[in-house]
Design a protein. Structure first.
Lengths: 353, 235
């Protein structure tokens, strides 16, 4: 592999990412499956990086899963998204920072459509006004929450308590990155590194001491496919996609998987459990699964946050092999305890710092 | 009645997604659904661009338009800048508007999506609202999900959620005035009409199949469309 050549290409795909004053919109999937990731993200942004991050209680789903399940018409989705913009404007913010790749892709798609078809934007303006009385301006900057962590990856590295290095061997951990289809496949120029050489997660991993694995099915979908997972009769498609990826990455002996999208880590985590139940097969080393992480969880581990405050006990595939390799101190007996989270501050809910 | 092709043209995604297709098949080569299902996005785009009304009607009633996972891998690769995934979305919308979706096993599943994700959006303001959605419907979620479901409030409090609370935060209660705005947007923009269409045509189909379709998800027709797979969809 010609690394220098790839680095040259990556340089052509650097997007503009705001520096401060972010308006955060949450992810339906991340909230339900990886809530600790959003809590950790806000702590990192507000307390470690001292950034202004605002969350409005009245923001809602963007309807993305409904839209891509084809039950929500495009006009409805565009108007819900226009409402998100409107309440962001009213709060005095311009930099939209979604926690979800489906949302990020949808915002990108809608802004592109409006750019090419101004009459569609005008119709949405009229519909929003009619339905809610609101008006909106286009966001000045649109960056996924992972783009922002990527931008500040060196600052996080400077505060790191642990590195993505095997403490026993001194070797970098071998990491598979999975960026999620809607991050850059639709609009490559809107993702760090584009669709061919996405660097948003790879940049974090390299900065924090790990080594990225390039493997044949690196860009293959995790298999969500919206209706292909949500309806039980279709789930064979979903597990088959994940299995194709596991089979492809296994020979490279990955220590862990890092993900961008809120849904992909759930699928890559749960389908390992299912494949083991169905076929008695595991893809990690030492007869273990491959631990799957969100990027917020990886950032939190590097910063020395308690694994159970990050929510790693909500994974079906055990994460302990990675904690042990990194030399992270943790208490196994605390794993399923539900005392208050040290990462969480009441101020996150009551005051937008 | 208007030509089906002209109806498709009214969908902005169709206009964005279809320039002249040269039938190279790169979309099919990259497509995850084409690896798994009897599915060929190239053929769909080719059929649509013939503008043949009978062929488009067959597509709208077919299984094949429901196989796509909308990953949009096709959009990255098409040398002509087409997006078969967007064309699929326009076909699926028209199939639901005209009631053709109930003519296929996969199309009938739209009622499942409307009564789960669709209802969660209108009731809670989230696409997913999973308290009480356990491993009976989602066995793949595994034992950890049973533990989460059994300890839902404590687990989410531990994770820093503002579960059902006022103000911002994870799984907060979205204020009623915000929910009223979302429901009004659905009324003004055709979202509610789409939901009503799915219900109306599904009810007729359930009667035709002599199956019980009550409210909610615990009834014969819902269970049937949620679980039925005739085994003829895959390669």
């Amino acid at each position: 592999m010609n690394i220098e050549g790839k680095k040259a290409i990556w340089k052509d795909y650097q997007k503009e990412i705001a520096d401060d004053k972010f308006y955060y919109v949450r992810s339906c999937v991340r909230q339900n499956f990886f809530p600790g990731s959003e809590t950790a993200f806000l702590k990192i942004m507000r307390e470690e990086l001292k950034k202004d991050v605002y969350e409005h209680p009245c923001h809602t789903t963007c309807t993305g899963i409904g839209y891509h399940s084809d039950i929500v018409p495009v006009e409805t989705t565009m108007t819900v998204v226009a409402r998100q913009f409107a309440i962001m404007n009213e709060a005095g913010y311009e930099n939209l920072m979604p926690s979800c790749i489906t949302s990020f892709g949808l915002y990108t798609e809608i802004l592109d459509t409006w750019h090419h078809f101004p009459e569609v934007e005008e119709k949405v303006r009229q519909q929003l006004k009619k339905a809610t009385g609101r008006e909106f301006r286009i966001p000045k900057n649109l960056a996924h929450a992972s783009d922002v962590i990527y931008k500040f990856r060196k600052e996080i590295a400077a505060k790191a308590k642990y590195k993505l290095i095997n403490k026993n061997t001194g070797e970098p951990l071998k990491v598979v990155d999975h960026i999620g289809c809607h991050y850059a496949k639709m609009f490559p120029s809107k993702g760090v590194g584009g669709a061919e050489y996405p660097y948003v997660l790879a940049g974090m991993i390299e900065e924090w001491g790990g080594q990225i694995i390039d493997y044949p099915e690196r860009r293959h979908c995790c298999g969500f496919g919206f209706r292909q997972y949500l309806v039980q009769a279709n789930r064979g498609f979903s597990v088959a996609c994940s299995k194709e990826k596991f089979e492809s990455m296994k020979p490279f002996k990955p220590d862990m998987i890092i993900t961008n999208c809120p849904g992909c880590p759930m699928f890559l985590d749960r389908w390992q459990y299912v494949i083991n139940e169905m076929e008695g097969k595991k893809y990690g080393q030492n007869e273990e699964g491959i631990p799957v992480f969100t990027y917020e969880e990886v950032a939190g581990l590097v910063l020395g946050y308690n694994p159970w405050d990050l929510g790693l006990q909500m994974h079906q595939t055990d994460c302990e092999p990675v904690l042990d390799k990194m030399g992270i101190e943790y208490s196994p007996e605390d794993k399923y305890k539900t005392e208050v989270n040290a990462l969480y501050s009441e101020s996150h809910n009551l005051i937008n710092v | 009645m208007e030509k089906l092709y002209d109806l498709l043209l009214k969908d902005i995604r169709f206009e964005e997604g279809l320039n002249a297709c040269m039938n190279c098949g790169v979309c099919t080569a990259i497509c995850p659904a084409a690896e798994f299902y009897n599915y060929d996005p190239r053929k769909i785009v080719d059929t649509v661009q013939t503008k043949n009304d009978d062929d488009i009607r067959d597509l709208l009633k077919s299984e094949t338009i429901w196989y796509c996972g909308e990953c949009m891998s096709c959009k990255t690769r098409c040398p002509r800048g087409n997006a078969p995934g967007l064309i699929i979305m326009a076909l699926r919308s028209l199939s639901q508007d005209l009631g053709f979706f109930v003519e296929s096993e996969k199309g009938r599943q739209q009622l499942v999506l409307k009564r789960t994700v669709g209802q969660w959006i209108l009731d809670h303001g989230y696409c997913l609202y999973l308290e009480g959605v356990g491993t009976a419907l989602h066995p793949e979620q595994g034992p950890v999900w049973d533990w989460i479901q059994e300890n839902w409030e404590a687990v989410f409090k531990k994770m820093g959620a503002n579960y059902k609370g006022d103000g911002p935060g994870i799984l907060r209660k979205i204020p009623e005035e915000a929910m009223d705005e979302i429901r009004e947007i659905f009324k003004v923009t055709g979202g509610m009409k789409r939901y009503e269409n799915i219900e109306e045509f599904s009810k007729k189909k359930a009667e035709e199949l002599n199956m019980i379709l009550d409210e909610g998800i615990d009834n014969e027709y819902f269970r049937h469309i949620y679980k039925t797979n005739n085994g003829c969809h895959t390669r």
